[in-house]
Design a protein around this ligand. Structure first.
Ligand code: OGA
Ligand code: NI
Length: 341
């Protein structure tokens, strides 16, 4: 099956039927996107700012949105540029070279190059190619599975993995505090972190109004950090309206994922989001997922529950939550909603 890039390069005027979404899922590719230019919060993480102020802003952003951008996050700007650059260099290789790293079909979250995320056959396809890297724990890391071109690719992923781990841990400690829990709380609930880094490529699309680059979903684990170029296309669902996340130079987009929604007993949201594509420009984003292992049970924090605030989610083994998502398709947040008490 052809990748989105191959289809894009064929110069078709129509997209294949497999990519056409049912009418209710089609994006408004808004010429008037400026009219709903409501922005997700931006938080300045400078070490010089009072921690209590940052915690307050985090709490508002997590309660109101579950999505925010961070600036002065401590990740060297040079590294952000370099990872985008090596990602673009790999993506510009001929398809047959990229296919040397193809991920294994029919296996959820298998490492490598692919364009078909879900396991089930009769899914509408996303107008996206990706490369998924298994970066943590180190026992899962095999850099020979990652692109060998350009030569600095593998080392750059390793450096980025370390920086994303540190930033995720810092954010999770702030988020824990903002819930009135001890700073290490969410990290302890995660246990040994599982980190995946996905390089996403959204090629130009002749009929962007009929398809999506990435269908609506919420992320499964604890927290996701997204680096995107200046093209734009990420949208978040706020009160049933799709709001575009404006690319902000040097920023990382942070979104809470399902484990944090469950752990906070629904106080914080793992927001539904999707990526739209456009006719003229290709887009690259790099998502770093920070998750528990499959054997970890995710559940509401007992410290946050009381007679007046009973658990609103059943506990679930993280591995079962992941399997449900990949097998049935995310269908927005249906997989998470099915855990409601
Ligand atoms: C993801 C994701 C959004 C984007 O990879 O889970 O939501 O803009 N990506 O690429
Ligand atoms: Ni996502």
């Amino acid at each position: 099956m052809a990748s989105a890039q191959v289809l894009s390069e064929r110069g078709l005027d129509r997209i294949p039927e497999d990519y056409v979404r049912p009418p209710e899922e089609r994006p408004e590719v808004a010429h008037d996107s400026f009219s709903h230019r409501q922005n997700i919060p931006v938080i300045d993480l400078s070490e010089s700012r009072p921690r209590s102020q940052i915690v307050k802003e985090i709490s508002q952003a997590c309660e109101g949105w579950g999505f925010f951008q961070v600036l002065n996050h401590g990740v060297p700007y040079e590294l952000l540029q370099r990872i985008m650059d090596v990602g673009a260099q790999f993506l510009s290789l001929p398809v047959h070279e990229k296919q040397l790293y193809s991920c294994r079909p029919g296996i959820a979250a298998s490492e490598g190059y692919g364009h078909r995320m879900l396991v089930q056959e009769n899914q509408v396809l996303d107008w996206r190619d990706y490369f998924d890297h298994h970066t943590l724990p180190l026992a899962r890391r095999n850099i020979n599975n990652w692109p060998g071109k350009p030569p600095i690719y593998r080392h750059t992923i390793e450096e980025y993995s370390e920086q994303m781990k540190l930033l995720a841990q810092r954010l999770l400690s702030l988020i824990s505090e903002s819930l009135g829990l001890k700073p290490s709380y969410i990290q302890n609930a995660i246990g040994e972190p599982y980190q995946n880094i996905s390089l996403n490529y959204y090629p130009p699309c002749p009929e962007p109004e009929l398809t999506l680059g990435l269908q609506s979903h919420s992320d499964l684990g604890a927290i996701t950090l997204l680096l995107q170029d200046d093209v734009g296309g990420l949208q978040v669902c706020v009160d049933d309206t799709w709001v575009a996340v404006q690319p902000l130079h040097g920023a990382l987009v942070v979104n809470l994922a399902d484990q944090v929604q469950i752990l906070s007993n629904g106080r914080y949201k793992s927001i539904e989001h999707r990526a739209v594509v456009n006719r003229n420009r290709s887009r690259i984003s790099i998502a770093t997922f920070y998750d528990p292992g499959r054997e970890v049970t995710i559940s509401p924090a007992p410290e946050l529950l009381s007679a007046n605030n009973p658990a609103t989610y059943n506990s679930v083994l993280f591995g079962d939550h992941v399997s449900a998502w990949y097998n049935k398709g995310p269908k927005g947040k249906k997989v998470l909603d099915s855990l409601a008490v």
